[in-house]
Design a protein around this ligand. Structure first.
Ligand code: FES
Ligand code: FES
Length: 241
């Protein structure tokens, strides 16, 4: 039987390890240095060095505040442009057919599956990926909540879960109902959003590690609630000590 001191040390070091692993492994919880201190509006658009070949067309995309031109065929998805052409590999490819949510990004603040979106149709829109959520070295509150509540294990689904959660919070603030909103005559409130509602609103993002309890706890924390999971509550209390 482990002493409670030993258990605390294990919990703390595991959280620290997971945070470091996510950053180092490219899940990109922290924004790349290229964004540090840059004024996106003044940034020069980067030009695709890839030579324009037959069937391709130049497409200008605004990603994490930076304008980038890529030469692509009109059939190329946003996911493939992000990962294969722009090295923004924080956005993950799971099913590549709109079933898992690993590729979720924000377009004009709304969540989409980037594997189902043609890149050429995103011109003139603001695309935000997991790399664009943090402000320099300061994590987005949703990223912090996922770390503090163990909202992941392998981390493969995590960037999609985090982007979906950022959109979820805004949807609730706009008064958008879900399929399980109990009273459609009143706007849902973050403070009273139930676990069932959070699960429903994130049902488009699957987690093969089944880190769902931690994910719900993370959303509840960032919504201003007390995380419901006993395990998550213990970890949050440890973090405050
Ligand atoms: S990779 Fe896009 S939904 Fe699975
Ligand atoms: S943390 Fe592994 S798939 Fe979700």
């Amino acid at each position: 039987m482990m002493s409670s001191d030993h258990q605390k040390r294990l919990g703390t070091s595991r959280r620290r390890f997971l945070g470091q692993a996510l950053t180092a492994a490219g899940t990109a919880i922290v924004a790349p240095k290229v964004l540090d201190g840059a004024n996106p509006a003044e940034a020069q658009p980067s030009i695709d060095r890839h030579t324009l070949i037959r069937g391709e067309t130049p497409v200008m995309l605004t990603i994490n505040g930076q304008r980038q031109t890529v030469n692509i065929e009109p059939r190329v998805t946003l996911l493939d442009v992000l990962r294969e052409r722009l090295a923004l590999t924080g956005t993950k490819k799971g099913c590549d057919q709109g079933q898992c949510g690993a590729c979720t990004v924000l377009v004009d603040g709304e969540r989409i599956y980037s594997c189902l979106a043609l890149a050429i149709m995103q011109e003139g829109r603001q695309i935000t990926t997991i790399e664009g959520l943090a402000n320099g070295d300061r994590l987005h509150p949703v990223q912090t909540a996922f770390i503090e509540n163990d909202g992941f294990q392998c981390g493969y689904c995590t960037s999609g879960q985090i982007c979906a959660t950022v959109a979820l919070l805004k949807e609730v603030q706009r008064g958008c109902a879900s399929a399980v909103t109990p009273d459609l005559t009143r706007s849902p409130q973050l403070a009273t959003l139930s676990a069932a509602e959070i699960q429903e609103r994130l049902s488009g993002n699957l987690c093969r590690c089944s880190a769902y309890n931690g994910i719900v706890a993370a959303v509840q924390q960032v919504a201003g609630q007390t995380p419901p999971s006993p395990a998550a509550t213990i970890l949050v209390q440890e973090g405050a000590e």
